[in-house]
Design a protein around this ligand. Structure first.
Ligand code: PRX
Length: 642
């Protein structure tokens, strides 16, 4: 790990929203000492309320409530409140499609589009409390749909466009959605990613869905089921521009985002209204140091939490210009991003270590052929960033001038938890540095005892914060078990970490059966349950193996049923099978066939040993509970032959 420390240049510090370590420490201490006063004051000052809350915080462990008694609306806070200011004709969403088409939508225009689409939803019979699924490419209609739902109090779930029909169906069923909002397709790597056919397949068994609203993006041939399927542009012809935002309870369910847990079934992480909004609003100011004149770009997909919080809700709540790009970074060439930064004079760039490593591989000539001098701040999210990638990002993209905010957080946390305030906290490459105000992390051992500095352990958070996920959709028991019982009364993150003697946090990765592929969370069990549904597969065990670009890659160990199988062909088929069952991003990089899997005497697969085999190619850990050592010896030897 690098011991180098990088402080922001003096001109950055002078203008920063929070300048100097002392100011950061004072803010953090204030939130730790008097949390209710701290959050209560911010909620009142930073958000627009229809009715003020009566209680800042209520805690019936493990279920938290923030700002109870208040009436508020996220869409109103992201749009309406800016219309009486100089922001009304400022660009809210600066969008570029992969083919090169552009849209610059002002706050006033976005407000109009959102009101119109909210009226469309109303005309389809949707009301506060109903649910919608959003399955769309990265086009402006996606945030419009989210904000329109939020305006009415329709709880939505965005399903990443890379998910398969089957994964989409499971989410529609779990949420009990009345409407699916989608498009014919979108553009990625100059090819069409078709979406509507997947919706048609998913809807074969979704009785709650009454309508499908379809945006025409690519113009390709799709089937439209009369009565059920409706074109967005047709519905939009006859609606009013006026749709008042519904005053909603602070704890009204805003959205559900499905994420991989430690079982085969995805869990629906629920976020509610006021606390989620406040967390995002404040971290935009604290971490991204947003200024009125900034053009800000988060390159994530809105299908993941980063896109929800830091393309849509956080940026619009603070009234910045948020850039949105539809396609891939290598289309038409590897300088697409650098070209966009130069063209739009982008000031803040927020991306993932996987993207950085992929761009490093293409060589410095791509960024060096563009003027990147508008950049003033860089960010990273989704996985640990290795110091070499950090240094490259700092030197080649930031030209040594731009602080880097390495932001640690999760779908469950709703907003950034550990990250430097760039004008206050010097950075160490590879460390997410120090916690946000109101966040009290610690590192504990298996018995729940703090391990102290410089020791590895489990990362936990001691107290609830406003944007914490409230529960799992329809499964409060699982919420309590997964997050609050490993160490009673504290939030268990599922990550391993270390804190150094400066108090800096170094997040090391997951401690559970969750892989992190390109910053996308994927459970080993989800891939395993897809594999064992294939007629040839008897058993499957999946582990993440280290990967130079994507951080981890999926490696599956498979035993087969009796039969005469061609391993090469079947390997290809199984990889494709997983892509069809879950989505292309889950496709295993490697399938290894074997006669047996290492198991405990009680029959539990010992993934830990498989992890060791793919990581270090040997097994050194404890094997006393292993039933048959031969299996492991064979698997390790098989690797040596490869
Ligand atoms: O393991 C941590 C890793 O990503 C997990 C959360 O994944 P997800 O819910 O999909 O959200 C990703 C975007 C917020 C965490 O448990 N992770 C996320 N950010 C970092 C990270 N690991 C190290 N450093 C980070 N900055």
């Amino acid at each position: 790990m690098s011991e180098k420390i990088y402080a922001a240049p003096a001109e950055f510090v002078t203008r920063a929203n929070v300048s100097g370590m002392e100011n950061y420490r004072a803010l953090w201490q204030q939130a730790a000492d008097r949390p209710e006063e701290f959050w209560g004051e911010l909620a009142e000052k930073e958000l627009d309320w229809f009715e003020k809350f009566s209680h800042v915080f209520e805690w019936d462990p493990p279920f938290a409530k923030w700002f109870a008694g208040g009436k508020i609306n996220v869409s109103h806070n992201c749009l309406d409140r800016h219309l009486t200011t100089a922001r009304k004709n400022k660009v809210a969403i600066l969008w570029e499609g992969e083919p090169g088409d552009q849209r610059m939508i002002s706050y006033q225009e976005l407000h109009r589009l959102v009101c119109r689409f909210a009226n469309v939803l109303k005309s389809l019979g949707l009301q506060t409390g109903d649910r919608a699924i959003v399955y769309m490419p990265m086009i402006p209609e996606l945030p419009v749909a989210m904000l329109a739902c939020a305006r009415l109090g329709v709880t939505f779930s965005v399903v990443f466009g890379g998910f398969s029909a089957e994964a989409l169906q499971a989410r529609i069923q779990d949420l009990g959605a009345k409407v699916v909002i989608t498009a014919d397709g979108g553009w990625r790597r100059a090819k069409e990613v078709r979406l509507k056919p997947a919706v048609d397949e998913a809807l074969s068994d979704c009785p709650t869905v009454q309508h499908v609203v379809v945006v025409k993006r690519t113009g390709s041939e799709i089937a439209m089921q009369p009565g059920r399927d409706l074109w967005w542009h047709d519905l939009d012809t006859n609606v009013s521009d006026d749709c008042p935002a519904v005053p909603l309870d602070s704890e009204h369910p805003l959205f559900v985002l499905y994420t991989s847990g430690t079982t085969g079934k995805p869990k629906g992480i629920l976020h509610t209204t006021a606390g989620y909004l406040l967390g995002n609003h404040m971290t935009m100011k604290w971490v991204f140091d947003i200024k009125e004149e900034d053009t800000y770009w988060c390159s994530a997909d809105i299908g993941w939490v980063t896109g929800h919080s830091y393309i849509v809700f956080g940026p619009l709540s603070v009234g910045t210009t948020t850039v949105m790009y539809e396609g891939s970074p290598d289309t038409p060439a590897y300088d697409r991003w650098w070209r966009m930064i130069e063209k739009y004079r982008i000031n803040v760039l927020y991306t993932s270590p996987t993207a950085i490593r992929a761009l490093i591989r293409q060589g410095d000539k791509w960024p060096e052929s563009h003027d990147l001098s508008s950049l003033r701040l860089l960010g990273s999210v989704g996985e640990p960033i290795n110091p070499a990638a950090w240094e490259w990002y700092h030197r080649v993209i930031g030209k040594g001038r731009c602080p880097i905010v390495d932001t640690w957080w999760q779908t469950e946390t709703g907003c950034i938890m550990i990250a430097p305030m760039p004008g206050a906290v010097p950075q160490k490459p590879g460390s997410a540095t120090l916690p946000m105000p109101g966040v009290i992390p610690d590192i504990i051992d298996l018995e729940g005892q703090p391990v102290g500095d410089d020791r590895e352990g489990f990362l936990i958070i001691r107290r609830p914060w406003p944007s914490i996920s409230r529960t799992l959709w329809g499964d409060p028991k699982r919420y309590a078990e997964q997050y609050w019982q490993r160490a009673p009364g504290v939030y268990f993150t599922g990550d391993a970490a270390r804190r150094d003697s400066d108090g800096y946090y170094w997040v090391l990765g997951r401690v559970d059966d969750v892989m992190n592929v390109s910053g996308h969370r994927l459970s080993t069990m989800e891939v395993e349950s897809a594999l064992v549904r294939h007629p040839a597969v008897a058993e499957a065990a999946v582990v993440g193996k280290p990967h130079e670009i994507t951080g981890q890659a999926v490696c599956a160990f498979v035993t087969l049923k009796q039969g005469d199988w061609n391993h090469e062909e079947l390997g290809r088929e199984l990889r494709q099978w997983v892509a069809e069952k879950i989505g292309a991003f889950a496709r295993p990089e490697e399938i290894r066939f074997s006669d047996g899997l290492p198991k405990t005497r009680s029959g539990k697969i010992m993934r830990r040993l498989l992890r060791e085999i793919v990581t270090s190619h040997t097994v050194t850990g404890d094997v006393t509970t292993l039933e048959d050592m031969n299996v492991v010896t064979k698997l390790a030897a098989q690797h040596d032959e490869d």
